[in-house]
Design a protein around this ligand. Sequence first.
Ligand code: HEC
Ligand code: HEC
Length: 406
Amino acid sequence: MKKTAKLFFFILTFLFVATAWDEARATPLLAMQSVERCDTCHEEPDRSDPKWVEENYKLSERKCRVSCSVCHVNPSGGMQRNGTGYYYGTKSLSLTTDIPDDVERYIEAIREHGFLTIGGDFRFMAIRGDSTDVDPLYFPMQADLYLNARVHKHVALFTQFGLERAGNSTVREVFGLVDNFPYNSYVKFGRFIPPYGLRLDDHTAFIRTKLELSQAQSDAYFSGVEAGAEPTLFFARAAHFNSDTTPAGSTGLTPTGYSTTAGWAGRWLHLSLSYLGINDLDASSTGSTERSAYGVSGALRYKTLTYLFEFDRKSDDVTSGSVSTEDADITFNELNWRAAQGVNLKARYETYSPDASTGEAELKRYAAGVDFYPFPFTEINAQYRTTDSEPGETANDFFVIGHIWF
Ligand code: HEC
Ligand code: HEC
């Protein structure tokens, strides 16, 4: 081998070890689990082929990483999957991976369409237990359709349509994306959920609902601008926004704020810090709230075991005549075991601990469940959970969610 080739090889191996070391993040969980093997998102790279050595040694051009945008159109994750997301979801995630030839052909046409790609998420729930008066209670929880138009190498338009529920409008996230720049940098502008912590598919987690960042809360959607970059292992994104009001019709003060999250996503560790600040929340003639929240979140993986975590400190300065501070700590811990192809078992423990002065109840929630992916595009999620709210009130629930996506 020539000396330069050797050097390249050395640098590359180093980069690999480095990326392998500190690179990873998907449904926060999928992002982490995808790194179990290199061929879950693409075919096994041929490390002996000098061609990609030459093509890919430049750090600013490298696309391989485990951040959300590797599999999702939205740089901060969730909603429509892109080509890699399809590949992972159909070839690596499910118990059976065969797709009938004709279906495969149509899917390719959608996935590889150079201009318009579409996607969807449908979730149907059956729940029985203390949280419902009907036993069992059925309802479609989510019925989202996504459209992404790639109008230029650097410009795309994304729109999400869904069920009108809990004050959520039909059109939820909608944004223009200016992307495909060195270090995977981008700018996004429109209406979206601010980047912060772990964006889970479970919209009931305290780390989402108590910070009003859950996709089921209409208040979670803001209008603004987000910018970010993802040089292999590192990622950073920040957004400046205001609540989604119609300027002409609004009365009183419009909540404005910013959020940021940054860290790294590696093969066995994801770690990030997040900050959220919002002024003039719930503004009325008598006062308003100023919110700030700090969080640490991430994932640790050992083989098929993945531990997801988040810890947040929320501080609300409430002005109504006088100023009072309403603080709360929020935690999330989830241990996942990918027991077999298509089968993920989980145990979760979550807490919400508000200061006594807020008069709010302290909450603890224990859950155990399974995510089962029998075929491509299908997930069955079953969970049993117990929520303790002080003083001494306990709710037990069992639910099954059928999820179809494409
Ligand atoms: C390796 C590919 C991959 C990566 C990386 C990835 N995801 Fe996903 N994600 C998927 C697939 C496949 C699905 C659909 C299957 C499912 O829901 O379990 C999905 C589904 C989701 C959903 C539910 C869909 C919805 O909007 O209703 C959320 C939320 C989500 N991902 C968030 C994230 C976030 C946040 C990140 C980055 C931290 C991320 N994902 C990174 C592959 C990925
Ligand atoms: C979460 C999904 C994912 C995983 C896991 C993953 N890759 Fe990648 N990789 C990608 C994507 C996306 C690209 C860009 C493909 C393209 O540009 O068409 C890529 C590209 C590459 C490239 C070309 C250079 C570049 O960065 O664009 C190499 C080499 C590579 N991957 C090696 C690996 C190795 C080695 C592993 C295991 C440690 C791995 N990949 C695991 C998603 C992944």
